[in-house]
Design a protein. Structure first.
Length: 353
C-alpha cells in the first residue's frame, strides 16, 4: 500500500487537476446561433432538478486516461514542487487525503443555481441565501465501500437519514441544514453529492416526483453535443451589473454597456490530435448588443497584446477567433499541447514571483 503524505496541500493538488481537466478534451461542437428558440432535443435529460440553471459535464474517466493529459500534468508537476510528479501518484494522494478514488468515476454532471452560487463565491456572508449545487457521478461505485472510506478518513461516522427509500449521508451543518454537504446513491452505479436540498431534489427526479431539467439552459447544453467538458449557464444580473459602464483606453472612452445584456453562456473544450480547442459562446438579449460586444472583443484581441503585462497571455489574444451569429457571439481558440505546456509553466513561474 502506498504511503499517504498528509501534510501536503490537497487544495493545490485538486486545483491543478481541475485546471488541466479544462484543456483535455476530444470534440469541439459549435455554438447554437439562435438560442431564443432552441430545437427540440432528443437526449434524455439527466436527473438534474428544474431549479438548476447551471449545467455541465466532465467525462472524467476518458480525461485521466488520455496520454496528452498525463504528459501535460507531468510537465506542470516538474515545475511545481508541491505537486506529485505523476498523475497516477496525484490520484493516489487524493484518495489518501479524501477517501475518494477518482479512478472509480466515469461521467460527472455538475449543476447549480447560478445566482446563489455566485453570491456565495462573492460575499461569504452568513446572511446570504442558501447555496444550491450538486454533482451526479456515474461509475464503478459501491455505496458501502465508498462511505466507509470517507468515514475512515474523517475519523467519524456520517449522519444518515432516509428519503424516498434512499439513504442520505451528511456532514451536519447546524447553521443551515439545507446547505449541509450530503451524499446519496439514488440508482445503481450513480452517486449524487452536493447540498442537502439539491440531493433531495435529485432523488425526487429519480423516483418521478419531480420533472428533470428543461428550458433554455438545458437546450443549449444538449445542443453542444458530445464533448469531454461542456457547460451551459444563465448569466445572473448580479454579475452583469458589475460590468463598468465604460472603460478608458488611451484618449478614448469605450462603452461596455452592451455586455450587460448577456443572458446565457456556453463553454466547450475539445482535443483533436495534439490540438486543444476552446469555444466560449455569449448569448445576448438582442443583436445590437451582440454586434457591439463582438466589435469590442475583436478590438481587444488585436490591441490587447500591447497592454497585457504577461507576454504569454498577450501572445494568445491575436489567436482568438471572434464571430457573431444573430444574438450570439463566439470566441474560439486553438492551441497545440506544446503551447499549453509553455503557458502553464509561465503561469506557475508568475505565481512564484
Amino acid at each position: 500500500m502506498k504511503q499517504c503524505v498528509k501534510h501536503r496541500s490537497c487544495a493545490h493538488l485538486l486545483m491543478a487537476l481541475v485546471a488541466i481537466l479544462l484543456v483535455s478534451i476530444i470534440a469541439l461542437p459549435g455554438c447554437n446561433p439562435t438560442p431564443e428558440k432552441p430545437s427540440a432535443s432528443t437526449q434524455i435529460p439527466p436527473a438534474v432538478p428544474q431549479r438548476a440553471d447551471f449545467l455541465g459535464k466532465i467525462e472524467l474517466a476518458e480525461i485521466i486516461n488520455d496520454e496528452d493529459f498525463i504528459g501535460l500534468y507531468r510537465e506542470i508537476a516538474a515545475q511545481e514542487p508541491t505537486l506529485p510528479k505523476t498523475l497516477d501518484t496525484a490520484l493516489d494522494e487524493v484518495q489518501c487525503e479524501t477517501g475518494v478514488n477518482l479512478r472509480d468515476f466515469g461521467d460527472v454532471i455538475v449543476f447549480a443555481d447560478a445566482s446563489t452560487l455566485l453570491e456565495s463565491m462573492e460575499t461569504y456572508q452568513d446572511n446570504a441565501g442558501p447555496v444550491y449545487w450538486g454533482a451526479l457521478v456515474e461509475g464503478a461505485l459501491n455505496e458501502y465501500t465508498f462511505i466507509d472510506s470517507i468515514e475512515g478518513e474523517i475519523g467519524r461516522e456520517l449522519v444518515t437519514s432516509d428519503y424516498q427509500n434512499s439513504t442520505i449521508y451528511s456532514l451536519a451543518d447546524t447553521r443551515e441544514p439545507d446547505e449541509a454537504f450530503c451524499i446519496s446513491f439514488p440508482a445503481e452505479g450513480q452517486m449524487v453529492i452536493g447540498t442537502a436540498l439539491a440531493v433531495r431534489d435529485v432523488i425526487d427526479v429519480t423516483v418521478g416526483l419531480e420533472e428533470p431539467i428543461s428550458g433554455t439552459v438545458y437546450d443549449l447544453y444538449a445542443q453542444l453535443g458530445d464533448a469531454l467538458i461542456k457547460l451551459a449557464s444563465s448569466v445572473p444580473e448580479s454579475l452583469t451589473e458589475q460590468i463598468p459602464a465604460e472603460m478608458p483606453v488611451g484618449p478614448l472612452t469605450l462603452s461596455l454597456l452592451s455586455f450587460r445584456d448577456i443572458e446565457y453562456a456556453t463553454l466547450t473544450l475539445g482535443k483533436s490530435e495534439a490540438i486543444v480547442n476552446t469555444e466560449l459562446c455569449l448569448v445576448f438579449s438582442n443583436e445590437d448588443s451582440a454586434e457591439d460586444s463582438r466589435w469590442l472583443l475583436w478590438t481587444g484581441s488585436k490591441l490587447g497584446k500591447n497592454v497585457v503585462p504577461d507576454p504569454e497571455v498577450g501572445d494568445l489574444l491575436p489567436k482568438v477567433q471572434i464571430s457573431r451569429s444573430g444574438s450570439s457571439v463566439s470566441l474560439t481558440l486553438a492551441l497545440a499541447m506544446s503551447e499549453i505546456e509553455l503557458l502553464a509553466q509561465a503561469i506557475l513561474q508568475e505565481k512564484k514571483q
